[in-house]
Design a protein. Structure first.
Length: 115
């Protein structure tokens, strides 16, 4: 089953920054809108951001708008999420997938924001 591979998470102080990366197979990456999702303990997985397949139009959840930036490197099939001004409520496991999700979920990458 096709699964993306996320990386770049870690422990950061509130107000800090992290950049997440996601490697996906080329045939998936070039054919789909790609998105970032996150899941905090005891909650449902939620949408964070998406970047449209054939353009660079981006969309964000209200909770991250103005702080997070999604981008894609189509040549290398990598999806990024630049996160700034991090808050403790951003603590979650972050996943990438097509949007809407149509491939297997990867392991995700843990982001922990300390207050």
């Amino acid at each position: 089953q096709v699964q993306p591979v996320e990386s770049g998470g870690g422990l950061v102080q509130a107000g800090g920054s992290l950049r997440l990366s996601c490697a996906a197979p080329g045939r998936i990456f070039s054919s789909y809108t790609m998105g970032w999702f996150r899941q905090a303990p005891g909650t449902e997985r939620e949408f964070v951001a998406r970047v449209i397949r054939n353009s660079y139009h981006t969309y964000y959840a209200d909770s991250v708008k103005g702080r997070f930036t999604i981008s894609r490197d189509n040549e290398n099939n990598i999806l990024y999420l630049q996160m700034s001004s991090l808050k403790p409520e951003d603590t979650a496991v972050y996943y990438c997938n097509t949007d809407p999700p149509e491939i297997g979920w990867g392991q995700g990458t843990q982001v922990t924001v300390a207050s």
